[in-house]
Design a protein around this ligand. Structure first.
Ligand SMILES: Cc1ncc(COP(=O)(O)O)c(C=O)c1O
Length: 297
């Protein structure tokens, strides 16, 4: 059994579905509470059992902005001997991350979401688990010695890096990590949260708007706000906002199952980072008001 949550990005669903097809494993999901976008942990005792081999969950949801209680869930899983993986694509560049205090076995994030290059990311794994894992690909670079009938592999993690590596990618990724370290993840997190709460409160004061994710003031809300205007398609909101100089994203955000669960096709989403300002949030909300006027919504 593989345990995921209902708010996973496709990249934390599709690989497990492929694995399940190959091995016959079943997948179950920790439910989401609804528009407020929290994990409903009331059924956890019946979901997180010793039948589960892997718990894989998103740290911060890219669709809802929810910060999940990964420390608590990994600790509970660990007691049952369950391997844990945290998808940190939306957290690694936004808040201080310490894999030891999270207590996970694997932590993954992408270069392009931390001001780094595309096509590269990091998969951190607990050393004793990596040491017990065989290579999943073969090639040069990963070997200690090769004979005609037998190969000796390098220790982990090098035995997982078959072939000539992407040399420029890690150099650029390292520069991006240094850049963010200099700004400070704690500063980024505080700034993200201030902007997200400010945006949420201003949007919540509008009529005919549906907001997704944890309520303003909640320490579970990260730096984005997903929303829908009544009777206006998310893509129309995004197109008009773009014409007014405000970049939003519209769509299913690679979380189609979550959208179906919430009964929507898509949402519009504003996301914030260290380079955004409160004045920009105010401008964004003014543009949303104009869009409402335009559509009579
Ligand atoms: C939460 C989350 N997980 C995973 C990913 C996938 O990242 P990548 O496309 O780099 O594999 C994204 C990208 O949007 C994401 O937001």
């Amino acid at each position: 059994m593989i345990l995921l949550t209902e708010m996973e990005h496709h990249s934390n669903l599709v690989p497990w579905q492929l694995l399940a097809q190959k091995t016959g494993a079943k997948i179950s999901y920790i439910p989401v509470t609804g528009d407020e976008g929290l994990l409903d942990l009331s059924q956890l005792d019946s979901l997180l059992t010793s039948a589960v081999k892997l718990l894989s969950l998103v740290h911060i949801s890219n669709s809802l902005g929810t910060l999940n209680p990964v420390e608590e869930l990994c600790a509970r899983a660990r007691k049952l001997g369950i391997v844990t993986l945290v998808d940190g694509a939306q957290s690694a560049g936004h808040l201080p991350v310490d894999v030891q205090s999270i207590g996970c076995d694997f932590f993954a994030f992408s270069g392009h979401k931390i001001c780094g290059p595309t096509g590269i990311g990091v998969l951190w794994g607990r050393q004793e688990i990596l040491d017990a894992m065989p290579p999943y690909q073969g090639g040069g670079e990963m070997i200690l010695s090769v004979g005609y009938d037998k190969t000796e592999f390098k220790p982990a993690p090098h035995r997982f890096e078959a072939g000539t590596p992407d040399i420029s990618g890690p150099i650029a990724l390292h520069a991006a990590l240094n850049y963010l370290d200099a700004i400070g993840r704690a500063n980024i997190w505080q700034h993200d949260q201030e902007l997200a709460h400010h945006a949420y409160e201003k949007l919540a004061a509008l009529k005919n708007i549906r907001l997704f994710g944890p309520k303003s003031g909640s320490d579970k809300r990260a730096g984005l706000v997903s929303f829908l205007l009544k009777d206006v398609h998310a893509h129309d909101v995004v197109t008009l906002a773009d014409q007014a100089g405000v970049a939003l994203r519209g769509g299913h955000h690679c979380t189609q199952p979550l959208m179906h669960k919430l009964g929507v096709e898509s949402t519009a989403r504003a996301s914030f980072y260290f380079y955004n300002t409160k004045a920009e949030v105010d401008q964004f909300v003014e543009v949303i008001k104009e869009i409402q006027k335009f559509f009579g919504s």
